[in-house]
Design a protein around this ligand. Structure first.
Ligand SMILES: NC(=O)c1ccc[n+]([C@@H]2O[C@H](COP(=O)([O-])OP(=O)(O)OC[C@H]3O[C@@H](n4cnc5c(N)ncnc54)[C@H](OP(=O)(O)O)[C@@H]3O)[C@@H](O)[C@H]2O)c1
Length: 497
């Protein structure tokens, strides 16, 4: 089948403007066609909605890689209007990503050098700076910091003003059942943006913070699995550089950086055991732009460490719900995948391990470890010590009364392509991500994450460091899964009918 119709750049532009406005719940007049799309802060699901709609309009799937070259609506629309109208509908827009030398991206501003010779007290900080407090893990880190320290917590928040920032933080903490009025005085919003020089904070406020803050937790990042490296670099890589700048300026502040096990996604680590202190120099074969930014950002933090900044790195796997309440981020990949597969009635029969740890384990471990002198200079793996297989999760979901069949991956993929046409199914928006072909082998993301291609993440040293605390990673057993499912059903995210 050929292209449905040939559209002009102006028509595609209008279509994108109206769809972007709809997704962002704003008016088309608010959309600037020359603004970099990344600046609209779309999450993966929102980006998928727009890509899926474009696919419907154009009759072929525009590769997310196009955003690399054409990052604004105006440029993208012009480029898409030039697509060959004879292209088959199943054929994707074949844009080959330019070679990205991630190693060359690892450049930390030479002016960033730890200043001052202040004594560091990791156990009793008075003023903490935290990024990502309006996100999932950040909220739980705030909870732990409130309980385990007496410190005031200065939170970087994207907002128009302090009032809006405060209410954004409060809403997020309420959503995760963390907010308590009595803590209000200790949670201080700082309006800013990771993607701006000096974190979008005025020079005078940046200087003031750099003098008053005792320690920093950097948990913010743009978690978008569709965007290429170029679209995420400003927030995730350059933003980390600005956080390091703050940590080094005027006074030395320990930096606690939330990285990811994704830094070991290069095929060089496939099947190998990787320990906390192992180097992660290989980057070839890290395909997701998000994972690429995490690799570069952690390298920048390492350089800061070599320049004398006290750094500690925390690498979580997928972060699952609270083990006690089941409260979780329902927009995350695993929840959307489960919901979508339940609607399809089938799950792909693939060899995956459930690389996930409950959010309360991750946040408690981060805060406990951050208060130990000997953690400085270390990396920690917050991997689950006894991960379960994905198959066992599916079997368990069935015992709860859900109808879910395990079918061969190819069959599941065909089903996804042909039968998931309802926008209410979360997999509809995830389709481009799940079907995109990557690497020289042209395989899909689910293939790339098969167990055989993954490293074996050891958390032995982390468990040793947690000995003496009461922090234990809850088992992935029927009790935990019951807690999760009950929460998802109570909130209406999942239902038996
Ligand atoms: N979730 C996981 O499964 C997982 C796994 C491994 C590692 N991690 C890492 O854990 C950290 C936290 O993840 P999460 O699940 O909590 O993510 P999340 O819920 O998506 O939260 C991301 C946070 O980053 C903030 N942010 C994004 N761009 C920003 C910008 N330009 N300026 C200021 N703040 C910005 C967001 O603020 P807004 O509210 O303004 O958007 C939000 O507070 C990230 O570093 C992530 O890479 C997460």
């Amino acid at each position: 089948m050929s292209l449905k119709t040939t559209y002009s750049a102006v028509q595609i532009q209008e279509f994108m403007v109206s769809n972007l406005a709809e997704v962002l719940e704003t008016t088309p007049e608010e959309i600037d066609v020359n603004e970099h799309l990344e600046n609209y802060g779309l999450d993966s699901a929102q980006a998928m909605v727009i890509i899926s709609k474009l696919e419907n309009l154009l009759g072929f799937k525009p590769s997310p890689v196009l955003l690399w070259h054409y990052p604004t609506i105006a440029k993208l629309a012009q480029r898409l209007s030039e697509e060959n109208p004879g292209k088959s509908s199943t054929e994707e827009s074949k844009i080959v990503a330019p070679f990205l030398d991630l190693g060359a991206e690892v450049v930390l501003d030479a002016n960033i050098i730890p200043m001052g010779n202040n004594k560091i007290d990791v156990t009793n900080p008075k003023n903490i700076f935290l990024t990502g407090g309006t996100g999932y893990l950040g909220a739980f880190i705030i909870k732990e910091l409130l309980a385990e320290t007496q410190a005031n917590i200065y939170c970087l928040v994207r907002a128009n003003n302090v009032t809006e920032a405060k209410s954004k933080l409060e809403k997020n903490l309420q959503q995760y059942a963390i907010w308590d009025d009595k803590y209000s005085q200790r949670i201080i919003p700082v309006v800013g943006d990771l993607a701006q020089p000096l974190l979008g904070i005025s020079e005078s406020e940046f200087t003031e913070l750099s003098t008053n803050i005792d320690t920093i937790y950097h948990s913010a990042a743009l978690l978008n699995y569709v965007y290429p490296y170029s679209a995420l670099k400003t927030a995730n890589v350059l933003g980390t550089q600005e956080v390091i700048r703050l940590a080094c300026q005027n006074k030395i502040k320990p930096l606690h950086y939330v990285s990811s096990v994704a830094v070991f996604e290069s095929n060089a680590y496939a099947g190998k055991v990787v320990k906390e202190q192992d180097s992660f120099d290989d980057w070839q074969g890290i395909f997701l732009g998000y994972s690429q930014t995490k690799w570069v950002a952690e390298k920048l933090v390492k350089i800061a460490g070599e320049r004398g900044l006290p750094i500690t790195i925390y690498r979580p796997p997928l972060i699952a719900g609270d083990s006690k309440t089941g409260i979780c981020n329902t927009h995350d990949f695993i929840n959307l995948m489960i919901k979508g597969c339940l609607q399809m009635g089938s799950f792909p029969d693939v060899d995956y391990m459930l690389d996930m740890s409950p959010v309360d384990y991750v946040s408690k471990a981060v805060v406990y470890l951050s208060k130990q002198e000997k953690s400085i200079g270390q990396a920690f793996h917050l991997q689950h010590p006894q991960p379960a297989s994905l198959k066992s999760l599916v079997e368990w979901i069935r015992t709860f009364g859900f109808k879910l069949e395990m079918i061969p991956y190819q069959q599941w993929q065909d089903d996804l392509i042909n039968n998931v046409t309802d926008k209410e199914n979360p997999l509809y928006t995830l389709k481009p991500f799940l079907l995109e072909r990557w690497s020289d082998e042209q395989i899909t993301i689910p293939d790339l994450y098969l167990q055989a291609r993954r490293p074996i993440i050891s958390c032995e040293e982390t468990l040793k460091a947690l000995q003496g605390s009461s922090i234990v990673c809850p088992e992935i057993d029927s009790q935990l899964l019951l807690t999760y499912t009950s929460y998802l059903m109570q909130t209406g995210f999942l239902s038996l009918v």
